[in-house]
Design a protein around this ligand. Structure first.
Ligand SMILES: [Zn+2]
Length: 363
């Protein structure tokens, strides 16, 4: 993830902290100063937040390590002020696997809660143990115990795509088709998200962020699942772009921009001696116009590492691969023989056509 500081690696998973995290720390220092607290007290509060985010990291590692058992790779974990995000290469599609992966996170917090519960003497022995507003050596561990209980409970709220919402979808998916299960779970997620936003306006601004995050997340995941189901059973061949506009490597940036403007084409194949040398997309052309000389050759602006897909590859797999490697254009075939290309706009059109066909059938 961009704008994030690398912290380290745990069993192959890189852990980052996003720069906005500093805002959270700043906010804690500021609000504590506002309440007239001194340096030591503020340090305790900051240490407390850092420890909580240590628990959040363990929570995300719980998901990641559970996913690993089902051969799903987690590229990295990023800590944001509203929580952690584990970037998995895919989401388990079998309901049983999704259930286990989703529950593994809150389970970690529950385990921490239980361990602290039995390890600590009764809260009566520590004065003000539950006073989270004033963190000090006397109540640090108690407060940590309580927070872990809340982390487990909060994440289990069935607001898809939060953990509880994933559990809910997995349970539904045992009995119905996955797309439908996702639609129902996402619908409930969005209703709860609006509740969060509403409550947040009165009580805690963080809830507003979390609500927005859930609302948008539910929508995009429901769309993704829908897209995946519409792509199922088709291969790259079915959505192949058969004609790819070509350019010579010495074509000027200005000429490429003219092509972009006066034709329907958005991606170009740069060919050198009859072999693909790179690809040039709208973004690269625009960037080059802003930073290079008009007469510079497109060779200097193109993407030299070309992605190749095979004709018989499932289109869903091709789409995943393009998303993973952040490519919006790929050639189909090999360096020696290019049959065509695939771009993300084209996949989107394919999905729209399939979706329209399906709604006609169900009428
Ligand atoms: Zn989680």
């Amino acid at each position: 993830m961009k704008n994030a500081l690398y912290l380290g690696k745990v069993s192959g998973i890189r852990i980052f902290v996003h720069w906005t995290f500093l805002i959270l720390i700043g906010w804690i220092v500021f609000s504590n100063l506002n309440r007239g607290l001194g340096g030591t007290e503020i340090l305790w509060s900051v240490a407390f937040i850092l420890t909580i985010f240590g628990c959040v990291t363990l929570h995300e590692l719980g998901h990641a390590l559970a996913a690993k058992r089902f051969n799903i790779v987690t590229r990295d974990i990023t800590l944001l002020p509203i929580g952690g995000v584990a970037q998995m290469e895919s989401i388990p599609e079998k309901p049983k696997e999704e259930l286990i992966v989703a529950i593994a996170g809150p389970a970690v917090n529950l385990v921490i809660f239980v361990l602290l519960f039995f390890a600590l003497p009764g809260p009566q022995s520590a004065g003000g143990a539950m006073d989270i507003q004033h963190i000090g050596p006397g109540n640090f561990m108690y407060a940590l115990m309580v927070v872990n209980m809340w982390l487990a409970l909060f994440n289990l709220i069935p607001a898809f795509p939060m953990d509880g919402g994933r559990v809910f979808r997995a349970l539904l998916a045992f009995r119905m088709e996955r797309t439908r299960a996702t639609r129902i779970a996402a619908g409930l997620g969005q209703i709860l998200a609006m509740g969060f936003i509403f409550l947040g306006l009165f009580y805690n601004p963080f809830l507003v962020f979390i609500g927005l995050f859930i609302f948008l997340g539910a929508q995009s995941e429901a769309e993704q699942t829908q897209t995946k189901s519409l792509l199922k059973g088709y291969t790259v061949h079915d959505a192949l772009l058969e004609e790819i506009p070509e350019m010579a490597p010495e074509t000027s940036i200005r000429a490429a921009a003219e092509h972009l403007l006066h034709t329907q084409n958005k991606y170009f194949l740069v060919k050198n001696d009859g072999k693909p040398a790179g690809t040039l997309g709208r973004d690269e052309i625009i960037r080059a116009i802003g930073s290079m000389d008009d007469n510079a050759p497109v060779q200097q602006a193109m993407r030299a590492e070309v992605m190749y897909l095979t004709v018989d590859m499932p289109i869903e797999e091709a789409w995943n691969k393009m998303q993973r490697e952040k490519q919006s254009f790929a050639l189909v075939g090999s360096e020696d023989e290019v049959f065509g290309a695939l771009d993300t706009d084209n996949i989107a059109e394919f999905v729209m056509i399939r979706s329209a066909e399906q709604s006609k059938k169900s009428k």
